[in-house]
Ligand binder design. Structure first.
Ligand SMILES: [Zn+2]
Length: 313
């Protein structure tokens, strides 16, 4: 049972679907359609190129789409995009610049050659046919926790190479793959004012809480979450002037602590959260019926402008 629960939670891991990090709902975004019709993830998943529109994130992180996406070049002096076959290296231009700049800083200040970049968004954002609940606006990106030693990987190597987990087998601490330089990378990523939050496995945050010196404000942006021990997930704020982008509400912890989140609630992730959950089978059934994920959405669930994004040349 414990395993099953963890798997379920891990599957949702790259999302904004958890309570604390759920996106702020807008009127259009909360409307759940009962209409039948093609699934939005199939429609967006079939698009292979961005729309010819001005860049605009439309909707919320786990229910929206992206007009006028930019593509992260497959390789650069300090990065490589991984798993090219997925065609998920698109984002708002601000995200593309952010990743390029972050990788350059990492290469300059650590022993890492740069960064391996995992999934960003589909060419027109939107819900995906597999994986993430979020990553729909072009403002989310997964960055591998594997320190790149070389940045000349072939396409085939980028399909085959795997990242390495930084978490111990008992899920309670970091393992030998985690280094002080990982914290430096995370800190560099988090201090950027464009960043809203970063998801990473709780043991990594616990380690950073114990070991971070100097100004610790950046730790507030580091959010413990299930999964995220092979990569961390950066989420940017809505860019200036992006009126169709629904910003995310600060979490309770953020408001009440105003600090680094290195408190008792953090320990919950490696203690009580790992205890087996007793679930009443009847209740579970009811709950499951109500819950619809990003993969169930039809176009009517998304902001109206996403129809235009889909139709655009
Ligand atoms: Zn992610």
């Amino acid at each position: 049972m414990r395993l099953a629960v963890l798997i379920l939670l891990t599957l949702a891991a790259c999302g904004g679907g958890n309570r604390a990090d759920a996106p702020v709902a807008s009127k259009s975004a909360v409307r759940i359609s009962t209409a039948s019709g093609p699934k939005a993830n199939q429609l967006f998943g079939a698009k292979t190129t961005p729309s010819h529109q001005s860049p605009a994130p439309l909707g919320s992180y786990a229910k929206g789409c992206l007009a006028g996406a930019a593509q992260l070049p497959e390789s650069g002096p300090t990065w490589q995009a991984m798993r090219l076959s997925r065609n998920r290296s698109y984002g708002h231009p601000v995200l593309v610049s952010y990743l390029q700049e972050l990788s350059a800083k990492v290469a300059a200040n650590t022993s890492w050659a740069g960064l391996y970049i995992g999934d960003m968004s589909q060419p027109r954002g939107g819900p995906m046919t597999s994986g993430h609940q979020s990553h729909q606006l072009g403002l989310d990106a997964d960055v591998w926790l594997l320190p790149p030693r070389r940045l000349d990987l072939s396409r085939a190597e980028r399909e085959k190479l795997s990242s390495k987990s930084v978490r111990s087998k008992d899920l309670r601490s970091v393992n030998g793959n985690w280094t002080a330089e990982h914290m430096q990378v995370l800190k560099t990523a988090a201090v950027d004012p464009r960043v809203d939050r970063i998801f990473i496995t709780a043991p990594a945050k616990i380690w950073m809480c114990k070991n971070a010196r100097g100004n610790r404000d950046w730790l507030q942006k580091i959010r413990p979450y299930w999964g995220h021990h092979y990569h961390f997930h950066v989420r940017l704020k809505c860019p200036d002037g992006a009126s169709g982008c629904v910003t995310q509400k600060p979490t309770v912890a953020q408001l009440s602590k105003g600090g680094d989140g290195c408190d008792k609630t953090l320990n919950w992730w490696v203690t009580d959260a790992l205890k087996p959950v007793k679930v009443d089978p009847k209740k579970k059934k009811k709950k499951r019926k109500k819950k619809r994920g990003a993969r169930d959405y039809v176009m009517a669930d998304l902001p109206g402008q996403c129809v235009g994004v889909l139709k655009s040349q």
